[in-house]
Design a protein around this ligand. Structure first.
Ligand code: 2RA
Length: 335
């Protein structure tokens, strides 16, 4: 299969290439795409050198699939050009996520909604993805009424400039700022810009995307998203109120059996999910599972995952794997 990766030189684009390789996705030809300033650069994929090309050149080469991680404005302008050429697009930006004509997909939750007609498919926000993977088995069993989530998000979610800021600060080196404040030895209770209701765009993404992916507008979600100086992944403290009561042992069993979930919950031996352990893994790690003793039918848990992998690159590749398996890519290209 001929695969284009648009944004191939960015943090997520690079991770997409790594995941495509690791998961042996059937790439017969790679078309790395980036902005004009990167055109001509060479990247290595499966031991072979490929030259970075422009969007226009990529479309001319007629890929079957295009994985996008190039920002919302690029995706809004260019994803339709690929789709009109019959190329299936999986886009990691926020551009199409809340478009009612576009699917917003986490394979473990709603891949079965995909059809051959879906030519632009939205990859959800990283902090949403890891949460809904854990919510899905519990919602199916106990029906979720309300979710209260506080996140502790890695600087890798912002990009290379933020990672550089963290380590420059740690090493006492002056450098460009990705954030309005120092991030080292600090936390910043703001991810993306503030909206009129006092919530940030990141918080509104978690609130709105969760309902769309779960296919249930009745689920109430409120969120506080916070940037912290870590690298390995995003962590989330999640409080879930159910319509029905639950049994804690059964909750653990349901999570342990759920696709994409690993339960790490042995506090007697100080075992719980942490970003350093989640780094460069594809699973969603759930621990600190306990009843909220202040309210009936309510659970607390802690969810950690690598935001560059399951939170972005791996989820996009898993969507492509599903499409390929169901022969839903391009004009129905054999995997
Ligand atoms: C972040 N979820 O962590 C956003 C975008 N990747 O910055």
């Amino acid at each position: 299969m001929k695969v284009a990766v648009v944004g191939a030189t960015g943090l997520v684009g690079t991770k997409m290439l790594q995941v495509l390789d690791e998961r042996n996705f059937p790439v017969t030809e790679l078309i790395p795409v980036a902005s004009e300033k990167s055109v001509g650069k060479e990247i290595t994929f499966k031991g072979k050198q490929y030259k970075v090309v422009s969007v226009e050149d990529a479309i001319k080469q007629k890929p079957d699939l295009a994985l996008f991680s190039a920002g919302g404005s690029t995706s809004l302008a260019q994803a339709p050009l690929f789709a009109e050429a019959g190329i299936t697009v999986v886009d990691n930006s926020s551009a199409w996520r809340m478009d009612p004509t576009k699917k917003l997909v986490v394979p473990e939750v709603n891949a079965d909604t995909l059809t051959a007609e879906d030519k632009i498919i939205a990859n959800p926000n990283c902090s949403t993805i890891q949460m809904v993977v854990a919510l899905k088995p519990l919602h199916d069993k106990y029906k979720i009424k309300r979710v209260v989530v506080s996140t502790y998000q890695s600087v890798t979610g912002t990009g290379v400039k933020a990672v550089d800021q963290l380590f420059n600060e740690r090493n006492g080196v002056e450098g460009p700022m990705a954030y309005p404040y120092t991030i080292d030895l600090n936390v910043i209770p703001q991810i993306d810009v503030f909206t009129e209701n006092g919530y940030t765009k990141e918080e509104m993404k978690m609130i709105l995307e969760t309902k769309k992916i779960m296919g249930d507008d009745s689920i109430k979600v409120t969120a506080t998203t916070v940037r912290i100086p870590v690298m390995g992944g995003h962590s989330e403290s999640v409080n879930i109120e159910f319509v029905n009561d639950f049994d804690l042992a059964e909750v653990r069993e349901l999570l342990a059996a759920a696709p994409g979930v690993v339960v790490v919950d042995d506090t007697a031996n100080l075992k719980y999910p942490m970003p350093l352990d989640a780094h460069d893994k594809d699973e969603v790690f759930v621990g600190r599972i306990r009843r909220d003793e202040t309210q009936d039918n309510t659970l607390n848990c802690w969810i950690v995952s690598d935001n560059l992998r399951k939170g972005a690159a791996t989820n996009a590749v898993q969507i492509a794997e599903y499409l390929a398996a169901k022969n839903l890519i391009g004009q129905g290209v054999e995997a």
